[in-house]
Design a protein around this ligand. Structure first.
Ligand SMILES: *Cc1c(COP(=O)(O)O)cnc(C)c1O
Length: 489
């Protein structure tokens, strides 16, 4: 299967590219991104056939249905990485929380957040493409917390790929920072930057546009690539777990095959939700996809009013920082799918130039046929963490935002799958505050008090972080990033 461009073709780039091309160079004409030219149809027969399949068997058959240009043995090796998740037979367990509400836990991988679900296999695939082409790639990442650790973990010691990861010094949780600065491999460089996440991201953008930097990369025969969620190599691994969670509901006899369900997804860059949308288009029986946001609620407005508006907004810091995003990159793929390339180009250019766009009434109707949305503020999120804990389920603040959409967006009493995107260990001060009322605890103290309140153990890999040697000590000003990365290369 080939990939085409969300904003049409500029006459310079090829009209279609293979999967591996789309992974290596994710940007397409007019600043657009790549989408599959058509989606495979799985249908009820496929679902029935996989009722008893393990996650890996299901995943492999879905990937094969896409007919991607990746060797079968590489696909196998990529999927084998799920063996290292907590339960090797089921990397994404589905847990009943109450009545018709089930939680699909996507955080059982090495860095304890859902980014591992896609980045683990993606790292293996990208490195193998680089090797087979005998090329060297540099992945530059700016992270506010979860992508950095997951990218470092997956590319650690992999051939033909180097990673330079920038994080805002003081802008991540202790656990997230320790996960990065204790990574020790020759192909990884972690750089703390003075400033906040926006500064870090702006510095990265400036670097990508720097002529001297690009000339030096060329001299050293290094190509740039990206591991962010516009990369389809991540999205393809994100539609699998939606299908898996649905089959889990059937296996648990909560539904019978063919029954519709709600997918309820905590959203930022919309990779997770896009995976759900593609799964639905491929034949998964989904009633609607519920989009949960925090106070950075541009997606709520888009889906409720058809207005994507960045004119007045600036990012506000919330207790669910992985969703503190205003420019949600994967919305572009939805626009393309619903309204076509020409309109997508028009809307995205308007967003760039005028900081907003407004959908027509008909366009909005199409969008609302598939999505409903609401947002959950920090106080409401804290309440959900508290009340849900009282019924015996511990969750993180990102997951908590979905309880709002569960209450306000469902029109039918259908079974609902909430996607849990982080383990409690990654955002412990917020959770400790919700459970015990304590304020200002650092991660270490908060982990202890949650473990005590919930009568559970702190996972060994999290505890070990606090005693691990810090190997990545670079903390610098924005202006010195280019020099630092060139020295690393
Ligand atoms: C990345 C992330 C999200 C947002 O996911 P998107 O695919 O970007 O919408 C939500 N929660 C956590 C914990 C994350 O790390």
């Amino acid at each position: 299967m080939n990939f085409i461009e969300t904003r049409g073709n500029d006459g310079q780039l090829p009209l279609e590219v293979s999967f591996s091309e789309a992974i290596l160079s994710p940007m397409s004409s007019f600043g657009g991104i790549y989408v599959p030219s058509k989606l495979p149809q799985l249908g009820e027969f496929f679902l029935r056939e996989h009722l008893d399949s393990s996650y890996k068997v299901l995943a492999k058959d879905i990937l094969l249905a896409f007919e991607i240009d990746i060797a079968t043995n590489v696909i196998d090796e990529a999927l084998d990485l799920y063996d290292a998740f907590d339960d090797s037979t089921n990397p994404a367990p589905l847990v009943k929380v109450k009545d018709d509400l089930y939680v699909s836990e996507l955080y059982h991988g090495p860095t304890r957040a859902f980014k591992d679900m896609a980045l683990q296999p993606f790292g293996r695939v990208l490195s193998s493409i680089a090797q087979s082409r005998n090329k060297n790639y540099l992945i530059l990442a700016a992270t506010s917390g979860d992508t950095g650790p997951a990218a470092l973990e997956t590319f650690k010691n992999r051939a033909n790929v180097k990673v330079a990861c920038l994080y805002p010094d003081g802008g991540t949780s202790d656990v997230q920072r320790l996960q990065m600065v204790t990574e020790n491999a020759e192909n990884l460089k972690v750089i703390g930057v003075h400033g906040d996440f926006d500064d870090t991201q702006a510095a990265l953008k400036a670097l990508l546009g720097s002529e001297s930097f690009n000339v030096k990369l060329k001299q050293q025969n290094i190509q740039l690539s990206a591991a962010n969620s516009v990369n389809f190599g991540r999205i393809i691994f994100q539609l699998i777990y939606h299908i898996h969670s649905y089959l889990e509901l059937v296996r648990q006899e909560a539904i019978t095959l063919g029954d519709k369900v709600y997918l309820d997804i905590p959203s930022g860059n919309f990779g997770n939700a896009l995976g759900g949308y593609y799964a639905m288009k491929m034949g998964l029986p989904v009633e609607k996809i519920l989009i949960a946001s925090n106070n950075n609620n541009v997606l709520t407005h888009l889906i409720n009013k058809g207005l994507y508006d960045l004119r007045e907004s600036s990012v506000v810091a919330t207790t669910s920082p992985a969703m503190d995003i205003l420019k949600s990159s994967n919305i572009e793929r939805i626009l393309y799918d619903l309204y076509g390339a020409e309109r997508t180009k028009e809307l995205m250019l308007q967003l760039d130039n005028e900081k907003y766009y407004q959908l027509s009434t008909d366009e909005l109707k199409k969008l609302q046929h598939i999505f409903s949305a609401d947002f959950c503020n920090d106080e409401e999120g804290k309440q959900y963490i508290q009340t849900t804990f009282a019924t015996g389920y511990l969750m993180d603040p990102h997951t908590a935002t979905c309880f709002k959409t569960y209450e306000t967006c469902r029109e039918k009493r259908l079974k609902t799958i909430i996607y849990s995107t982080a383990e409690w260990t990654k955002f412990s001060p917020v959770i400790a505050n919700a459970l015990t009322g304590e304020e200002g605890a650092d991660d270490k103290e908060a982990l202890k008090s949650i473990a005590k309140a919930a009568k559970i153990e702190i996972p060994t890999e999290i505890n070990a972080l606090f005693n691990k040697e810090i190997t990545q000590k670079t903390i610098i000003d924005k202006a010195d990033i280019e020099k630092e990365i060139l020295a690393f290369l």
